[in-house]
Design a protein around this ligand. Structure first.
Ligand code: C2E
Ligand code: CA
Ligand code: CA
Length: 737
């Protein structure tokens, strides 16, 4: 269904309504019925297609249109020979329900939870309108209407409900922020409905004439407008829109003043004919005064509203604007190019804690003044909260960032004495003219984070590339859970060989992620994200379970042990060791079959953390599980950790193998020799990683390295390939563990 379908719908039904007037009565009834039914269908189709966030008003309207069809049927059935239906009939009952449903629907066009301002406006309009109606229509009718009693009461109350619907419609107009096509159509619909209804009852009550034919077109037109609105895509959000925050507007002030004056004038007009001239003068003076007082009251209230409004946009500490004020400017479309700068005081929290809030506030006020002073006079300068400021100015802003850095670097005097220098970080985002920028703050925040990460006391421009990368990362993180459940993870094995015999003695388990479409996500890309997000705990548990299941065969038939990478997150869980031991028992293999590979980073946390991690490792080791230190030699304090950790194996980082053997001189070789010797003296096994050539393997063996792994022997591959290799290296000489 294309977005233009609503036009076709409106045009077709408009044509039927226009031509219908010329049709013979019997055919006309059917044409009109079809039009009403089409409105019902259009709303149902629209709601299903566009799934509005707030669908209640649409269903209420549907029910109202259905009920009005029933009402018409009821009236037709109750038609007396005079051409006037009996009263009260089933039709009237249905009509009361129709009006109630419509009222409820229009009431809900403004979503609940919205400010009551709209409702008060509606009430004012209702009262003004009621006064006009009373004087011009109702009061005269009371004495010479063609109806009496219940019938008169019913017709009058129908009109009263129409007035309420009109008032609620005005409320929608007053509070709606985004004026979409669907919004315009529904407002038109309820206006047409109310006007038609009022015309009908006004003519009926004053002249006892039923304007059935023209008013039928009016009612149907209202339904068709609703149907058209429902078929426009903007229906998904326009009806039920949240109110705009503005409290007072010039046009509203005028409306109220005109209303107050009109009501006063009406009072005079209504009673004037019955009064003597001197009484009339007295009345005019009194009413005039009371009217003036009302107008003054309205103006005063508007003033207060204005004040509140300004308060709501002010930061009380610095006198600058606040977040709301900035957001209002950002939401407003701007023709000019602009820049938004976010400014954050480096190290302010520490200062606040050390010197107290009073001195902290003084610093913030001073910084606020300086920002106001360096920013162009028409720039928006606000404090967003704590020590975050923002400046929104016309482009170009690069030198503005420099001027801000410059001015804030000057020492700040506190209580006339302590002079301290503060530095700021500035995040800059340029906002091209011709639209609004709802995401500007977020972008500037990313730029600010970059400035801070680079050491502060500098500015950084927003880089869409960084942003895109962050979004891609968080999308990946969001997929871990489902990928695990969907079995998209697998474990590959890379053989580890004995350098002296060339036989496979172990294998490293390496995680692989293959998407359903066959693409692979590299481990270096997703594992760091899984670590940051904590997802590594669940994924790591799965790897361990998988490895233990595979070990059942590998260990018992080939005597092969498997080494598994375990992250710090996993080791911090006090139940980790027990879980691993249970998995081993279930697989029926001894602890010696498993090697846990950790990097030194597992200990680069708090002291208590390190103790907990060491306890977990110790418990595993007590059951025969061996511990390997991965990427050994890349950490900055490897030796200190070696002393603390219960370790069995050193895995020398791949960079030693590649760089130092192929291109290295005696100095580089000395490093490898040192690592190997360190291992020997501590009674540890050394494994060389990333061995890619036979030369490298020979050198490493000569240097005394025990084991090696790398592309020279085999790439990581599914377990089947590992089994093949094990079969091919038979006949078995008894493996040495
Ligand atoms: P790592 O533990 O240092 O693993 C060795 C990496 O070197 C593997 O990369 C392996 O494919 C690669 N490699 C093997 N032989 C050679 C070679 O001859 N030359 C070169 N240039 N590279 C070689 P991979 O599989 O991409 O894994 C990357 C890292 O992801 C691993 O580094 C490890 O830190 C992490 N990782 C992999 N699986 C897991 C896991 O199950 N859990 C955790 N926590 N981390 C894992
Ligand atoms: Ca590893
Ligand atoms: Ca490694």
């Amino acid at each position: 269904m294309g977005p233009r379908v609503y036009r076709w719908y409106l045009a077709a039904n408009g044509a039927v309504l226009a031509l219908g007037v010329m049709l013979p009565a019997s055919a006309r009834v059917w044409a009109y019925l079809a039009v009403a039914a089409s409105a019902l269908v259009a709303i149902v189709v629209g709601v299903r297609r566009y799934r509005p966030v707030w669908s209640r008003p649409w269903w209420l309207t549907t029910a109202a249109i259905g009920m009005s069809l029933l009402a018409n049927a009821g009236w037709a059935a109750a038609m007396a020979p005079s051409g006037v239906p009996h009263f009260p009939s089933f039709g009237d009952l249905c009509y009361v329900v129709t009006l109630s449903l419509l009222t409820a629907s229009v009431y809900q066009w403004v979503r609940p939870g919205a400010a009551s301002g709209g409702l008060i406006d509606a009430a004012i309009v209702t009262m003004g309108g009621a006064a006009v109606l009373w004087v011009l229509v109702v009061a005269p009718l009371m004495y010479d209407a063609p109806f009496t009693g219940l019938r008169l009461g019913a017709y009058l109350s129908y009109s009263a409900v129409d007035l309420i619907i009109l008032a609620l419609t005005i409320r929608v107009v007053v509070v709606t922020r985004v004026r979409s096509v669907a919004y315009r159509l529904v407002v038109a619909a309820s206006t047409v409905f109310v006007l038609t209804d009022t015309l009908y009852y006004a003519v009926l009550l004053s002249h006892n004439v039923r304007l059935d034919r023209p008013t039928a077109v009016g009612w149907l037109a209202a339904y068709v407008l609703m149907g058209g609105a429902a078929l426009h895509p903007s229906m998904a959000r326009s009806v039920g829109s949240m109110p705009r925050p503005s409290l007072s507007s010039r046009s509203r002030l005028w409306t109220y003043t005109v209303l107050a004056t009109t009501i006063s004038a009406l009072i005079v007009v209504a009673v004037a004919p019955d009064l003597s001239p001197d009484r009339l003068v007295r009345l005019v003076v009194l009413v005039g005064l009371s009217c003036a007082a009302s107008v003054m009251l309205i103006l005063r209230l508007a003033q207060l509203a204005d004040l509140l409004n300004r308060r709501a946009h002010l930061d009380p500490l610095t006198g600058l604007g606040n977040r709301v004020a900035l957001q209002n400017h950002l939401d407003r479309p701007e023709r000019q190019d602009q820049v938004l700068l976010l400014i954050d005081l480096d190290g302010f929290r520490d200062f606040n804690e050390a010197f107290g809030h009073q001195d902290g506030d003084a610093v913030l006020i001073e910084i606020g003044h300086r920002l106001r002073a360096v920013a162009p006079s028409d720039a928006v300068v606000v404090r967003l909260g704590a020590d975050d400021f923002a400046v929104l100015a016309a482009s170009p802003g690069d030198d503005l960032a420099d001027r801000i850095l410059e001015s804030t670097r000057l020492p700040v005097r506190i209580r006339g004495e302590i002079a301290r220098t503060f530095h700021v970080s500035v995040g800059v985002v340029s906002l091209p003219g011709g639209g609004s920028h709802p995401a500007a703050l977020r972008d500037a925040d990313l730029a600010l984070a970059t400035a801070r990460a680079n050491g502060g006391n500098q500015s950084a421009m927003f880089d869409p590339g960084i942003h895109a990368e962050r979004r891609a990362n968080s999308e990946l993180v969001a997929q871990f859970h489902d990928a695990l459940a969907a079995g998209e993870f697998t474990v590959h094995y890379q053989p580890i060989v004995d350098l002296s015999t060339g036989r496979i003695v172990a294998a490293e388990a390496l995680l692989r992620w293959t998407r359903p479409d066959g693409t692979r996500v590299p481990p270096d890309r997703f594992i760091p994200l899984a670590e940051q997000s904590g997802a590594i705990v669940a994924i790591g548990d799965w790897v361990l379970a998988q490895v233990c299941a595979d070990l059942t065969g590998l260990w018992s038939t080939d005597g092969l042990s498997v080494t598994v990478n375990v992250s710090a997150h996993q080791l911090r869980d006090p139940a980790f060791a027990d879980r691993v031991l249970t998995l081993l028992t279930d697989a029926g293999v001894p602890g010696r079959a498993l090697i846990v590979e950790i990097t030194e980073t597992v200990l680069v946390t708090s002291v208590s953390d390190a103790a907990a991690v060491t306890a977990q490792l110790q418990r595993l080791r007590d059951h025969g599980v061996r511990i390997a230190i991965d990427d050994f030699g890349t950490g900055y304090s490897s030796l200190a950790y070696l002393r603390e950790l219960p370790v069995d194996i050193l895995k020398m980082d791949g960079s030693f193998t590649a760089r130092q053997i192929d291109h290295g001189g005696p100095r580089e070789i000395a490093f490898i020799r040192t690592i190997v010797e360190l291992g020997r003296s501590l009674d540890l096994v050394t494994i060389a990683e990333a061995v890619e050539t036979a030369t490298q393997a020979d050198r490493l063996r000569d240097l005394g390295c025990h084991l090696a792994q790398g592309y020279h022997y085999a790439k990581p591959a599914p377990i089947a390939e590992l089994r093949d290799r094990l079969l091919r290296q038979s006949p078995l000489a008894p493996a040495v563990h």
